[in-house]
Write a protein that binds this ligand. Structure first.
Ligand code: NAP
Ligand code: 8YV
Length: 320
């Protein structure tokens, strides 16, 4: 492809260095994420843009899609595509791709890590040593054991099942799951009501998509059903939880603790949440190992290559 023919690609989120170098060689990149005047960049290059690279966190809304009349494909560096206005894409026949499977195991590891850190009060234990409390005051009080505790999973898909495997391996019981459908091949109990699932378990794990359909699925009522001995682990999206209700429940001891990788207004995390000792916080990093992020980035590169070569996409997301 000669320089003049290189398709214009708008970059909303810089992916991994090697993949960015490949994209740089093949396309005319427009680095929207770092543009000092984003509106001016969109006005200037929007009419030429044929592809957008975005992430699980930042995707094109309807206004951006409309500003790119030649847009053909949105390649998401992430499996969750809730940041993309997929209805606006479908109306124009714009393809959407994501990065399923390659991140499943690392995200499930993070859910297990957050769960164990919350149960074993790992942040407090670390501070107990560093601050000298161990020397001054002796051993830290005992924590909770996860063994034998009942778990409910909201979103028992690729990641939810990988989490279930890990939790069973450490002796927890998967007592049920919630989703839009009962899964014929799954033996765990299906709950069509998240409140009923929360009432039946000690730990609620979230691994469903974000977006309008799941907004505040975990409400004050769900948290109250989980109860004062209950734990919440969220590797899904911040939007799935009513964060104000969660903060109140944690502050008032109406649930015991939480492990959170995702938040409603990332990267802003409310001060009240940051002050709490019964919460473990992670900066939306569940897939963030160098190896997995490289595999995700390669899928972005490969999907764009397939699209511009007229070949089938590797990981297309069906229209909503
Ligand atoms: P998946 O295989 O498509 O699984 C999604 C699961 O959620 C399915 O079991 C689905 O079951 C359920 N679900 C879909 N819509 C729902 C709704 N409205 N209410 C309740 N359940 C619903 O996807 P995956 O690869 O496991 O990824 C799941 C999600 O994890 C992503 O969409 C993303 O939000 C999140 N994620 C987060 C990170 C991170 O960095 N923290 C990384 C990767 C992924 P039904 O079809 O029966 O509803
Ligand atoms: C990433 C994610 O944090 O895959 C997803 O849905 O949220 C994560 O893997 C993100 O997409 C990379 O910025």
């Amino acid at each position: 492809m000669s320089g003049a023919e290189k398709p214009d690609v708008l970059i909303l989120w810089p992916i991994r260095p090697k993949a960015m170098a490949t994209l740089e060689a093949r396309y005319r990149l427009h680095h929207y994420y770092s543009a000092p005047d984003k509106a001016a960049m969109l006005r200037d290059v929007g009419p030429r843009v044929r592809a957008i690279v975005c992430s699980g966190e930042v995707g094109p809304d309807r206004a951006m899609i409309e500003a790119c009349p030649k847009l053909e494909i949105v390649a998401c560096f992430g499996v969750g595509v809730d940041a993309i206005d997929r209805v606006a894409c479908a109306e124009r026949g714009i393809a959407v791709t994501n990065t399923p499977d390659v991140l499943t195991e690392d995200v499930a590891d993070t859910a297990l890590m957050l769960l164990l850190m919350a149960f074993r009060r790992a942040v407090e234990a670390d501070a107990w040593v560093r601050s000298g409390r161990w020397e001054r005051e002796g051993p830290m009080p005992p924590t909770d054991s996860p063994r034998g505790k009942k778990v409910g999973i909201i979103g028992l898909g690729r990641i939810g099942k990988a989490i279930a495997r890990r939790l069973e391996a450490i002796g927890m019981e998967i007592a049920g799951y919630h989703g839009r459908h009962r899964q014929a091949a799954v033996a765990y109990a299906f709950y069509d009501d998240p409140v009923a699932l929360a009432r039946a378990v000690d730990v609620l794990v979230l691994s469903c998509p974000g977006g309008a359909a799941t907004r505040h699925l975990v409400s004050a009522a769900v948290l109250d059903a989980l109860g004062p001995e209950g734990y919440l682990i969220n590797v899904a999206r911040g939007s799935v939880v009513d964060e104000a209700a969660l903060i109140a429940a944690l502050e008032e001891g109406r649930i015991k603790a939480a492990g959170l990788d995702v938040f409603e207004q990332e990267p802003r995390v409310p001060e009240r949440l940051r002050r709490l000792e019964n919460v473990v916080l992670s900066p939306h990093a569940a897939s963030a190992t160098a190896q997995t992020r490289d595999a995700m980035a390669q899928l972005v590169v490969d999907n764009l290559e397939a699209h511009f070569a007229g070949r089938p996409l590797l990981t297309p997301v069906p229209p909503p």
